[in-house]
Design a protein around this ligand. Structure first.
Ligand code: V4E
Length: 218
């Protein structure tokens, strides 16, 4: 039985349930009021890759190199989109073997020895300065909530409330939790807030951006 058939079996990676927001000037004060603790301040470069047909991103698959590591985000359900309402759900793969397997399946090519051998092209690259906060654990809820405040080097800032879950059954609870925290921070919006990659494409690669909008990926 594979993971598609057995919802509670171990998935190849965690599912990231997240809601983005526009960070206002008082968001750090609000985080403080909620008892959030600054976990880290980090700076990293993300470079995103696809083939010449944009096969990955048009199917809502996001392959990136963050620093020295490869990561792949894709919707937890095949054929579905990661964006639902104003929140997103993506499976995160970090094992190179798992990434090669999933990407080769999507591109319809045999598995190469390494990710570079797919011969994909970089379509976005930028540096992010991130301040990551952790909210205190609430009794009876084992959901760890993290809030990221990101500033990208192309003049764009975005925040996100994020919960990682290990099974599909936990998604519903995580969505509710993320929504509640957005309301408590005063940043809740009914409609999705655009992230860094979408904004980068809108500013620098209008045709790629248009195709993603037409495919209802962003
Ligand atoms: C999934 C996705 C993209 C890849 C980038 O994902 P994102 O979560 O925005 O990046 P980041 O740097 O915050 O990653 P983290 O450090 O949290 O792992 S680009 C577009 N998508 C799809 C998408 C969408 N359709 N709508 C929204 C609101 N976000 C993402």
């Amino acid at each position: 039985m594979n993971s598609e058939m057995s919802p509670s079996s171990q998935l190849p990676g965690p599912i990231e349930v997240e809601r983005k927001f526009v960070p206002g000037p008082d968001v750090e004060d609000k985080l403080c009021t909620l008892g959030a603790e600054l976990l880290e301040e980090i700076t990293f470069r993300d470079s995103y890759f696809d083939n010449s047909d944009l096969r990955l991103t048009l199917n809502d698959m996001w392959l990136r190199r963050r620093g020295d590591s490869w990561e792949l985000k894709h919707p937890p359900q095949r054929g579905a989109r990661g964006l639902s309402g104003a929140s997103t759900q993506y499976m995160e793969l970090t094992s190179e073997d798992d990434i090669i397997c999933r990407v080769s399946e999507e591109l319809g090519v045999p598995c190469p020895l390494n990710i570079e051998s797919f011969g994909l092209q970089e379509f976005a690259s930028f540096v992010t300065r991130r301040r990551r906060f952790q909210l205190p654990l609430v009794e009876k809820s084992n959901l760890k909530v993290v809030v990221d405040l990101d500033e990208a080097d192309f003049g764009f800032a975005v925040g996100e409330v994020e919960v990682l879950v290990q099974t599909k059954e936990e998604i519903e609870n995580a969505l509710k939790k993320v929504e509640t925290i957005c309301k408590q921070l005063g940043v809740f919006r009914e409609t999705p807030v655009q992230g860094k990659v979408s904004t980068f494409l809108q500013m620098n690669r209008a045709d790629h951006y248009r195709q993603l909008v037409e495919a209802h990926v962003i």
